[in-house]
Design a binder for this molecule. Structure first.
Ligand SMILES: [Zn+2]
Length: 163
């Protein structure tokens, strides 16, 4: 059996970029928080960095896949300029009021399970950092350790919690 990988999953809004109401809909509102040093440290410790985010605004038609892809390209590019690779971004495009129930909208663990499968992760060595209870619920359901932070809180305080 080849050794499995480990990852830190990150919620997007409130962890990587500033929280703006329910969803960040516009490129201009996309403000990336200065957590570069912390993420670099996690990367140096051998963790893949993956994003797991609910994007129900897609189901509501508040923005489309193209606009979301642009925001995510910008996110990755900004991190890359700081020497950080965001390996993948998993998002749920659904919303129960518009598209019915799905398996990926947090607190469901679907986004994390996709990451575990795609990158051959050992969930017990992996983490999910989020700013809502639903992130922690998703983590627990996927067998990953959840770390709850306050929205927009600097991430450096969590480094002690991660091996
Ligand atoms: Zn979904």
């Amino acid at each position: 059996m080849p050794a499995k990988n480990k990852a830190v999953f990150l919620d997007r809004d409130g962890v990587l970029n500033r929280e703006m109401g329910d969803y960040v809909c516009r490129f201009e509102d996309f403000h990336i928080l200065d957590n570069f040093q912390t993420l670099k440290t996690l990367q140096d410790r051998g963790y893949l960095l993956l994003v797991a985010t609910n994007q129900g605004g897609l189901a509501k038609g508040w923005y489309n896949e193209d606009e979301l892809a642009k925001m995510h390209a910008h996110l990755k590019e900004t991190y890359r300029s700081h020497g950080i690779e965001i390996k993948d971004i998993f998002y749920c495009p659904h919303h129960p009021d518009f598209t019915g129930e799905c398996n990926c909208r947090k607190p469901k663990p679907g986004l994390l399970l996709q990451g575990i499968e795609k990158y051959n992760l050992d969930p017990s060595l992996s983490y999910f950092i989020g700013d809502r209870e639903r992130d922690i619920e998703a983590a627990t359901a996927a067998g990953v350790k959840g770390i709850l932070i306050d929205s927009d809180q600097p991430l450096n305080e969590i480094l002690d919690l991660i091996a």
